[in-house]
Design a protein around this ligand. Sequence first.
Ligand code: ADP
Ligand code: MG
Length: 766
Amino acid sequence: PVNRTPEMQEERLKLPILAEEQAIMEAVSENPIVIVCGETGSGKTTQVPQFLYEAGYSSEDSIIGVTEPRRVAAVAMSQRVAKEMNVSQRVVSYQIRYEGNMTEETRIKFMTDGVLLKEIQKDFLLLKYRVVIIDEAHERSVYTDILLGLLSRIVALRAKRHLPLKLLIMSATLRVEDFTQNQRLFTTPPPVIKVESRQFPVTVHFNKQTPLDDYSGECFRKVCKIHRMLPAGGILVFLTGQAEVHAFCRRLRKAFPTRGSRPQEKEEEKDSAEAMRKFKKSRTRARKAQAVALPQINLDNYSVLPVGEGDEDREAEMDEEEIVGSDLDLDLGDSEADGGEQPDVSLPLHVLPLYSLLAPEKQAQVFKPPPKGIRLCVVATNVAETSLTIPGIKYVVDCGKVKRRHYDRVTGVSSFRVTWVSQASADQRAGRAGRTEPGHCYRLYSSAVFGDFEQFPPPEITRRPVEDLILQMKALNIEKVINFPFPTPPSMEALIAAEDLLIALGALQAPPKEERMKQLQVSQLSCPITALGRTMATFPVAPRYAKMLALSWQHDCLPYTIAIVAAITVRELFEELDRPAASDEELTVLKGRRARVAQMKRTWAGQGASLKLGDLMVLLGAVGACEYAGCSPQFCQANGLRYKAMLEIRRLRGQLTTAVNAVCPEVGLFLDPKMQPPTESQVTYLRQIMAAGLGDHLARKVQSEELLDEKWRNAYKTPLLDDPVFIHPSSVLFRELPDFVVYQEIIETTKMYMKGVSAVEVQWIP
Ligand code: ADP
Ligand code: MG
C-alpha cells in the first residue's frame, strides 16, 4: 500500500500513462518481456516502477531495478519517485558510479546502465531482481544495447530455473524495430504497449534561412522576440555546450535583469574574484589543513563498477573550442552587432542553465516554479531532450545542433563536432513545448535543411571504440563476440580493432598468425581471454589503464598508477579557464587563474626525471597535493582544479585500491592520504608502465633535418596518420618537445593535438 498525498495523487492522475496501467500490468504478467513506448513526459520513468511496486513485484530479496543512461536521471528520478510515493530514499534508492543510497529496505533501485552491467559480472542471473526496467532504450547507449543482449538470455535462463525475471523496455519513440524485428535478440517479438500521449499541439516554425555560423546569436534574437511579444509561458533553448550555455545565460540576464535577486552569474563572477583575493589566505589555510587529520575512507563502501557510464555528454559539454592563440578573451556576448539591447528592467526573465556537469542542486532549480509573474527561460544542452521534463515550457528554441565526440575508426583520433541533430531528435525537442498547453517550436534552420537530417541518430555502439565492451564480454565467457545478440552490432572494423588492441595488451590470447588471418577472413573472431585479461576486466577502467594497473605490482608503483589512472579516467581535472570574460574585472581574474594553473602544472611536473613523465606526472602531483591538503574546496579553487572531479578521483582511487586488493590480497594496499612523491627510479618504472598501456600511441618528433614543409615544424609523426600532430599547449611538455612521446588521445580541433603526453625512450632503428 502506498500512502501518497492527495495533491500528488491528483498530479499523477493527469499523466497519460495512468490510463494504461492495467494494460501494462496485464502484459507484464503474461509476457516475460514487454516494451512500453510513450512520449517524453507521459510518465514512464516515474510511474511504471510504482505500478510494479503496487502489484507486488518487489520484496525483501527481489527488487525492481531501473536503468538510466545518465547519472543525472538516475538520481533525479529516484528522488522524484520516493517523493511521489511518500517514502524515503531508503526505499526508493539510486546507485551511480561512485555513490548510492541503497539500504536493506530498498525496493526500487534506479541506477546507470553501467552499474547493472557490472552486477551481471558478479551474478549473471541477476537473482536480486524480480524486474529489470531498461529506460530510455531509444537513446541506444552502448550499455543499454549490451544489457538488452545479455538480458534476453538471462530472462530465458531464469525462466528455466522457475525464477522468472520480468524485463521492461521503455522508449520515448516508436522506433523499436531493432528490438522487435531482431530474431536473434528476442525470438518471440515482445508486445509493444503504446501510451497515447496527451501532448498538446506544437506549431513548428522553420526559419526561412539557415544561419551560416552564429546560431547562438540567432537563438538570442529569437528568445528576445518571444519574451517581448508573446504571451506567458516558459522558454527552453537548446544549445550544444556548457560554455555556450553560460555565455547565453549571461547575455539574457543582462538584457532582462530581474530586480532584487542578484543574478546567479554575478555570484559566480564574484566567487572567482574572491578566490583570487583569498588566494594567499587559502594557501595558508591549505598548509594548515595538512596538519589536520584526514577523513578515513572506508573502502568497503565501494564496489567495483564499470567505466564510462553516462560520460559522453559530460565530455562533449566540457570540450570548448580550443582555438590556440586566438583571443578568447574577447567579449563574445554583448556586442551591439549581436543585437545587444539596453537592459530592459521592465521585463525580467528567470534564466537558468541546464547541462550534465552542472551541480545537482543547480540542476534541480529548473523543476521549481519561477518567481511569480516572471517568465522562465531554461538554456540547456541535449540533456533536456528526453530524460528530464521541465514543467511549464511553452516555447522551444532549437538551434538544431548537437555536440558529439567523433572517433575516426582507423586512426582513433577523436574530435568534438557540432553537427545537425536527427529528425527524431528535433521532433523530441519540439515536443517539449506541448506538455502543459499548446506550444510553439522555433527551429533556426529551414525546412529544406531539416529534410536533409538523418532520420534517427545512429546507435552509440556504431560510433565509438569497443575494446572495453569486448573485454567485459569476454570476461563473461562470451567468446564469439560476433554471435552476441546485439540490437545493432558494431562494425567489423571496430570489433577487429578492439580484439587487436586487447591482444596487444595481453588480455586476449593471440592465435597463431595464419589462424588469425583465417579468422578475419571468415569474420570469426574468437580469441579467448587470458588470466591477465580476467584481472584487467575487474578494474573499472579502460583496458589500457587496466593493463597499467596490472603491471604495477613491482617497485611499489601501485599507489601512483592508481592515482594516475583515476585522474585519467575521471577526466577534466582542471577548470575550464579558456572561456570568454564578461568584464575587464573577470578577465583579470581569469588571466590570473590561468597563470596560476600553468605555474602549478610546472611545479607538479617537477624537473629532470619526473618531468619526463610529463602530463601524467602533473596528474599525479595534482592528486597528491590535493589529497595532502585534505581535498578541500578552497585548495581546488585556488589551484584551478574542479572540486567535483577531485572528489570523484578520490572515490575511484578507493575503488581501484579495493579492486587491486581483491585480486591480490597479499599486496595489502591502502589509500595513503600522504602519498610521498615517487622516487627517481619509480618515475622510470612508471614511464615504462605508461608506455606499456599506450604502446600503440607512440609519436616521433620530426627532426629539423627532415623538415620539408613548414607545417611540420615542432610536429610529431605517428604510424597511422599522414598529417602532423602536435603536443597540446596545455601540456607541460609543450616546450620540451621530447624525441618520442606516448599520448593518451589525439583530439582534432584546429590541428591534431596530443593530450596526456609522456616522454619515452625508444631505440630508433631506421
Ligand atoms: P517519461 O519518463 O515518460 O518521460 P516522467 O515519468 O519522467 O515521464 O515524467 C512524468 C511527469 O512527471 C513529467 O511530465 C513531469 O511533469 C513530472 N516530473 C518528473 N520529474 C519531476 C520532478 N523532479 N519534479 C516535478 N515534476 C516532475
Ligand atoms: Mg523517462
